[in-house]
Design a protein around this ligand. Structure first.
Ligand SMILES: Nc1ncnc2c1ncn2[C@@H]1O[C@H](COP(=O)(O)OP(=O)(O)O)[C@@H](O)[C@H]1O
Ligand SMILES: N[C@@H](CCC(=O)OP(=O)(O)O)C(=O)O
Length: 366
């Protein structure tokens, strides 16, 4: 574990605000001490910190965790984010830089590159970027929601070597230990298979979002780009000391042996599908085995109201998505030409109709 240069450290809500109502400063201090130790050894660190909503509750002295309206929660996050930064800053002797990201910043290529440049500049300045989702403006349906997935996106964005997930449990277990006391600890995961994903339960509390499942998803996203993930307890002094010594105190997720390209990763993980295209068996073979583009003739059905340039999922009849990519037609136009041979569609939609529904270069197999 000792060859890494740059890491993203993610600290979850459960650790920062175990009761959901106030920040637990003692836990912030432990994480800050780890980051300071690692920085002193020449490592570059980026912190992804949850806790804005809880800090907002604390500032407003709201004792109840009762249901909030969306706008109410967004307002809490706006108040709490300032509190959160103010809570972290005294624990570091370098400048802390607040960066708030939304899903749009990851899906829009220009904004993605822009965020990448800003984060690189912040590291060059020797500052500590502290990242959270921009909860106060993020549109509910498009939210990442949990900070595990956000941290994985950030790790890919800054080309980190390591993702460190600090939470309120010491490792991944083969079942949720809160429900199955005999659950066994897993020290190493060499490949994130559907079986590994199935081990994960939801959050053990009303404070955390996503539980172990989003942590494994995050490890999987990071792994696909050659980034390792380590998960451990973030307030256990011994675990943190081991991390500082480059030892695995919890669960180590190996990076994938063959990493996918940055563009393929962006297509696969950075975008949300705006619709679905169902293809026939011949097209599924052509895509899966021959590396072909998707042509109108192989399309059987079109679902959704997407526009040309949007990301869509490609599904084989009655099956889970087999690929996704950037479609070259609006949904309504695609409905007019689906199932037709290329020579038959000329003139149907004007003179400059693209030959492919989704070009191979804009597609990733799932
Ligand atoms: N297979 C599992 N192994 C370990 N923990 C699990 C598992 N399944 C579910 N969990 C739960 O996931 C919780 C951590 O996730 P979460 O509550 O979202 O924390 P955070 O706020 O740090 O993101 C643990 O407290 C645990 O109860
Ligand atoms: N962005 C939210 C936190 C989201 C969240 O709870 O994520 P997680 O720490 O993964 O459980 C906040 O700052 O309150």
């Amino acid at each position: 574990m000792n060859a890494w240069k740059r890491a993203v450290v993610k600290v979850g809500s459960n650790l920062l605000a175990p009761d959901g109502k106030a920040l637990k400063k003692e836990n912030l201090l432990k994480v800050a001490a780890l980051i300071t130790r690692l920085r002193a050894r020449g490592r570059e660190l980026i912190l992804v910190s949850s806790g804005a909503v809880a800090a907002g509750r604390a500032r407003l002295r709201q004792d109840s965790l009762g249901k909030q309206s969306v706008a109410g929660k967004q307002a809490l996050a706006a108040i709490g984010q300032a509190q959160l930064m103010a809570a972290w800053a005294p624990f570091f002797d370098v400048p802390c830089a607040q960066v708030l990201l939304t899903h749009d910043d990851l899906s829009n290529r220009r904004r993605y590159v822009n965020a990448q440049n800003t984060l690189r500049a912040l590291l060059d300045l020797g500052s500590l970027p502290i990242i959270n989702e921009n909860d106060s403006v993020a549109v509910e349906e498009l939210k990442l929601g949990d900070n595990d997935n956000l941290a994985a996106h950030v790790a890919v964005l800054v080309e980190a070597d390591l993702l460190i997930i600090l939470t309120d449990i010491d490792a991944l277990y083969d079942a949720d230990p809160r429900k199955v006391p005999s659950a066994k600890r897993i020290a190493e995961v060499s490949a994130i298979t559907p079986e590994i994903l199935a081990l994960a339960g939801g959050s053990g509390s009303s404070v955390g979002t996503g539980g172990m499942r989003t942590k494994i998803e995050a490890a999987s996203k990071a792994s696909a780009r050659g980034i390792a993930t380590v998960l451990c307890h973030g307030s256990d002094e011994q675990a943190l000391a081991m991390l500082a010594q480059d030892e695995n105190p919890g669960t180590w997720f190996h990076p994938a042996t063959s990493r996918i390209s940055a563009r393929a990763h962006w297509l696969r993980h950075g975008l949300k599908a705006q619709g679905q295209i169902e293809i026939d068996a011949g097209a599924a073979r052509a895509l899966g085995q021959q590396g072909a583009s998707l042509l109108p003739v192989g399309v059987r059905a079109v679902d959704g109201q997407f526009r040309a340039g949007d990301c869509v999922d490609i599904v084989s009849v009655g099956a889970a998505p087999v690929a996704r990519g950037l479609v070259q037609f609006d949904a309504q136009d695609l409905r007019k030409i689906m199932g037709r041979n290329t020579q038959d569609i000329e003139g149907l939609l004007g003179d400059t109709t693209p030959a492919e529904v989704i070009h191979r270069d804009d597609m990733v197999l799932l």
